[in-house]
Design a protein around this ligand. Structure first.
Ligand code: PLP
Length: 416
């Protein structure tokens, strides 16, 4: 029963340093968030000790009566949250959920249509080095010159290639997808529609983004992005049509024992996601992203070659276009890091620079909204970012402004 700090001071020091980093800097990686203490508490419980291969009520191990309760609560809550008839809360991650979902509705060698990685898609939507790209025949679709998914191209490619699956979803895209139009195209060519809502699930739960569940055959998500829970994945479906195939793709198809401690934490986060407080937080997330986009299209930003893809945002992130800036994505990321703001560089459509450098930044507001940031705070962050991307920026002055914001909204005040 020796506590971590005594048993393993080296690991404890890394954990402490990470807590301090999260508390003292501004986290603006669009795929990150801060899980509530209760969620982390559930994740740090004895449920980590339990083997529970199978599903609630149908396990391959004894002693599952309590993890069954926690897993069933998670299933019931997420079904209710998104209006789904089917849910699987066992996927260890978003990528695991996607792997299981794809193998449940398609066979290796089948054709899949997904948004090109370089245009905002995810690795699991057909990137060449990913299982999806290696085992399926991938036809990528793209965004148009305005930065919007080119639905005419989706329809044309669908008709030309008769895909088994059309994937709608993204990791870097600032607008809503037209799920009804994807459904129409899928029906026209006899394809399944899989929506990966990993990024925007929290917005959907809050009723601030269209819900893909009524349109898609299968919906996957992570639980740790806008949804604000523990790191993990889920699979949902509007009906039970694929329930057997989806369940058996997760277990025994790709996974063994589920992480019941994480599943309990997912259940807690789904309770939070159904609350009024969560809805209000998602609204601040959206407001923050809009404030940031508005700041980065102003004349002084344009004058130094900074622009915003698609001219704004409807979601929790902004894609900054640096093609006309003297900074590349790497340099801009480093600069913001220097003043205490964490973002990630991101390839933009038709990026002239290589993927490790890029000409873009992806900046998100979920973590700061969770931290309590209000519109006035987002205005200040947006201004700091705009100033940091200018030549001759004053790193010390900007860092002081960042520290003032971090101090104004303490993160995990009870943790040390
Ligand atoms: N799907 C989308 C759209 C994502 O953006 C991500 C994560 O970046 C994933 C799936 C994969 O999630 P994970 O990192 O948990 O495997």
């Amino acid at each position: 029963n020796t506590p971590l700090h005594e048993l393993d001071p080296e690991v404890a020091a890394a954990v402490d340093a990470e807590l301090h980093r999260q508390q003292s800097t501004l986290e603006m990686i669009a795929s990150e968030n801060f899980a509530p203490v209760a969620v982390m508490e559930a994740q740090g419980t004895v449920l980590t000790n339990k083997y529970a291969e199978g599903y609630p009520g149908r396990r391959y191990y004894g002693g599952c009566e309590h993890v069954d309760v926690a897993e069933q609560i998670a299933i019931d809550r997420i079904k209710e949250l998104f209006g789904a008839e089917y849910a699987n809360v066992q996927p260890h991650s978003g990528a695991s959920a996607n792997q299981a979902a794809l193998f449940a509705i398609a066979q290796p060698g089948d054709t899949i249509l997904g948004l090109d990685l370089a245009h905002g898609g995810h690795l699991t939507h057909g990137m060449r080095l990913n299982f999806s790209g290696k085992q399926f025949n991938v036809v990528p679709y793209h965004v148009d010159d305005a930065g919007l998914v080119d639905m005419a191209e989706v329809e044309r490619l669908a008709k030309e290639n008769s895909p088994k699956v059309i994937i709608a979803g993204w990791s870097a895209y600032p607008r809503h997808l037209d799920f009804a139009e994807f459904r129409r195209i899928a029906d026209e060519v006899g394809a399944y529609l899989w929506v990966d809502m990993a990024h925007f699930a929290g917005l959907v739960a809050a009723g601030l983004h269209p819900n893909p569940v009524p349109y898609a055959d299968v919906v996957t998500s992570t639980t740790h992005k806008t949804l604000g829970g523990p790191r993990g994945g889920v699979i949902l479906a509007r009906s039970k049509e694929f329930a057997k195939k989806l369940n058996s793709a997760v277990f025994p198809g790709f996974q063994g024992g589920p992480l019941e401690h994480v599943i309990a934490a997912k259940a807690v986060s789904f309770k939070v996601a159904a609350s009024e407080e969560f809805k209000e937080r998602q609204q601040r997330t959206l407001d923050g992203a809009r404030i940031l986009a508005e700041r980065l299209v102003q004349d002084d930003a344009k004058a130094v070659g900074v622009d915003v893809l698609s001219g704004g945002t409807d979601v929790h992130l902004v894609l900054v276009d640096l093609r006309n800036s003297e900074l590349d994505g790497q340099q801009a990321e480093d600069r913001l890091h220097e003043v205490g703001i964490t973002v990630n560089r991101n390839a933009i459509p038709n990026d002239p620079r290589p993927p490790m450098v890029t000409s873009g930044l992806r900046i998100g507001t979920p973590a700061l909204a969770t931290r309590g940031f209000q519109a006035e705070d987002f205005r200040e962050v947006a201004d700091v970012i705009a100033e940091a991307l200018k030549p001759g920026f004053d790193a010390d002055a900007l860092k002081a402004r960042v520290t003032a914001l971090a101090d104004k909204h303490p993160l995990y005040p009870g943790l040390k």
